[in-house]
Every structure is written in C-alpha cells, then in structure tokens.
Design a protein around this ligand. Structure first.
Ligand SMILES: Nc1ncnc2c1ncn2[C@@H]1O[C@H](COP(=O)(O)OP(=O)(O)O)[C@@H](O)[C@H]1O
Ligand SMILES: [Mg+2]
Length: 349
C-alpha cells in the first residue's frame, strides 16, 4: 500500500523573546489509508506542533524550517508545505481535516449546529441548499447523535462536551477526508464518552478507509485503536513501530519506561495515562546536541555522552519471526525504528 500522507524531515521552531524553541526536529513518518497512527509523548514533546504543521496552521512565532508534507491525490503528489495558500484552503477541511481537544471552542457559539455542518460542505462544494442540508443530517446521524434533527437546530452551548465532539467529528468528516488529524480528541471527555468517540474513529477508518493521526495521552486508547505508534521526545520521534510489537518489545529506553510503569492488567483510566518518568522533562531551549533523553536514561553509555544525538534508524526485524521477503498475509509489516545507541533488548518470546 502506498502512504496517503508522508511527512519528511519536518522541523519547526518557535522564535520567542526568550529564545528559539525547536519544537519539532526532523520528524518523518508515513500514514497509510485506513490506518490509525498514534503520536504519544509527554506534554511539550511537539505532538501538536507536528499536527498543526500538516495543514500549515502553525501560529506565530512558529516557523517551519525544514520538511515536506506529501499528500497523495488523484492528480498526483502535493507538498502541503509549499502549496499555494489558495490550493491549501481547498484541501483543509476536505481532503485533510482536523479535530481538536476542546470541541466547544471549535464551534461557533452563535450559529446553529446544522448550519455549521452545512457551511463545512458549502465552503468546499457547489451543492444546493437542500443537498447540503441532507448531507449535514447524514453526517450528524452517522455520529449517532440522538435526535439529529433537534441537534441540528441547537446551539453548541445547549449540548454536552461529548455531543459537541461528535459534531466536530461530523464536521471534520462530512466531506470524507482521506486524512483526519485528531489532537487529543477525548481528553476533555469522561471515560464512557471517550470510548464512544474512539468507536466512531474506528468506524471511520474501517468503513471509509480514513487515515487517522491520533494524538493521545492515553496508552489504553493507543492499544485499542492504533495500528502504528510513534513516540516523541523533545521534538523528535524517538521510536516508531507496529503498536502490538512496540507494546510487546519497546526498544527506546523512554518508551520502555512509559510502558513499564503502566499497570498491566488494569484497564481503568487512571493507570492508562502517560506516567511520569523520573527526572525533568527536556528543556527545548537547552538541547546539548547529544541524545535529549541522556539525563533521564537508565541505559546511557559513554557513547551516548560522546556522540551527537542518535538518528532514528530501522531495526532489524525481531519477534522471532522467520525473515521473509514475501509479506505475510494479514501482517502489517510496519518497520520498527528507534533513535538510540543502546536500545532495550528485543523480546524474542
Ligand atoms: N505558540 C507558541 N509559541 C512559543 N512556543 C510554543 C508555541 N506553541 C508551542 N510551543 C512550544 O513548543 C513545544 C512543543 O509544544 P507542543 O507541540 O504543543 O507539544 P505537545 O502537543 O506535545 O504538548 C513546547 O515547548 C511549547 O512550549
Ligand atoms: Mg498538544
């Protein structure tokens, strides 16, 4: 399968009065149709920066200093990083769309829900009012909002947070995007509603082949829905791989610490959030050029102090599988990569 979106060597800096914050550093990964790619990492790791860069929505004083965002379209490949603003506007909310953590802030408080969904349609498609209305109702119904007719006539303030998030997903997906970026879409919701939203995302990918980039703090959510997971630390992707494989055999000491401190058999939400790892989070304004996890790393060697930051590299295939040039049916064959001079040993059982 060819990726629908390829992020290449993405770097973003925020030029603040206190100094330059390198919030994303040479981040690259592929997104396949129908797959969920999760991005995890502690607050400030650069996840939102990566998400916003895809649609060139980085706010001032942010500057994209390197990278390409290659979107596959029927007309060929488009680099969203260099596309003309007018063309990018056509893609935003249509081919690639985004939902945010705070659903209420994403909606216009003085406009009826139905109108907001219709606007998402008519801003991209020349359709009759009736068709827009029908499409909007269809989108709200698909999100299994109770009594969608009534919801369409409501204002955001009259709905719960969970309902607003469903409305936001309805808006973001009404035009059947190829890529959906969801930045902590369930963080402000209670556990039951979270599970429902995750379910809706799952249906989207299964039934429509939407490729989803999901940013979350919740490792339970990652385990439940993500095919691939990427771990960010101090602006860089430090590990990326198949979710099951990465949970089973994390190779970066940071990923290992994250997963090691998770209770194994406890499905309750408290234990599923990203745990605190010893030491202070990386200071992006004081990067040394060595591995950014060095000071907190339980496995650091001399080489880690002497060499510059390790690049992310493909690992040889692990898991005891017989190496094969022929793809195994049903296997996702996601390469596992890690940025570390002394990775955690592979589990071979
Ligand atoms: N608008 C901004 N101005 C200055 N610094 C910012 C801005 N937005 C984010 N940053 C900084 O960039 C880094 C990464 O932030 P972010 O991408 O939001 O991380 P995450 O989503 O992983 O929590 C943080 O150090 C943050 O303080
Ligand atoms: Mg964020």
């Amino acid at each position: 399968m060819a990726p629908v979106l390829r992020i290449e060597d993405l770097s973003v800096e925020y030029c603040t009065r206190e100094g330059t914050v390198p919030a994303a550093r040479h981040v690259g990964f592929d997104m396949e149709p129908g797959q969920v790619t999760a991005l995890v990492g502690e607050s400030g790791a650069g996840k939102t920066t990566v998400a916003l860069s895809i649609l060139r929505l980085i706010p001032e004083p942010g500057v994209v200093t390197s990278g390409a965002i290659r979107l596959r379209t029927p007309e060929g490949e488009r680099d969203l990083a260099t596309l003309r603003e007018a063309e990018l506007r056509d893609i935003r909310g249509d081919v690639v769309s985004m939902i945010f953590q705070d659903p209420v802030a994403g909606l216009n408080p003085v406009l009826e829900i139905g109108q907001q969904v219709q606007e998402a349609i008519t801003s991209h498609r020349a359709v009759s009012r009736k068709d827009a209305r029908d499409l909007a109702m269809e989108a709200l119904t698909r999100m299994r909002l109770p009594d969608p007719k009534r919801i369409a006539r409501s204002f955001p303030g009259e709905l719960s947070g969970g309902m607003c998030q469903r409305v936001m997903i309805a808006i973001a997906t009404v035009l059947n995007p190829k890529v959906l970026i969801a930045d902590e879409p369930t963080s402000s919701l209670d556990v039951t509603v979270q599970a429902q939203i995750i379910n809706e995302l799952n249906l989207l990918r299964e039934q429509r082949g939407t490729s989803i980039l999901l940013i979350t703090h919740d490792m339970g959510v990652v385990a439940q829905i993500a095919d691939v997971m990427g771990v960010m630390y101090a602006g860089a992707l430090v590990e990326m791989g198949d979710t099951v494989e990465t949970f089973r055999s994390p190779r970066h000491p940071y990923t290992w610490s994250l997963l090691e401190t998770l209770p194994r058999l406890d499905g309750r939400s408290r234990g599923r959030m990203l745990p605190q790892i010893r030491g202070a989070p990386a200071d992006l304004m004081a990067l040394t050029g060595q591995c950014s996890f060095l000071e907190r790393c339980p496995k650091a060697l001399t080489i880690c102090r002497e060499e510059s930051e390790p690049p992310i590299e493909l690992l040889p295939s692990t898991g005891g599988a017989i190496p094969s040039a022929v793809p195994v049916p049903g296997s996702t064959a996601v390469p596992h990569s890690v940025a570390c001079y002394n990775p955690v040993e592979a589990k071979t059982d």
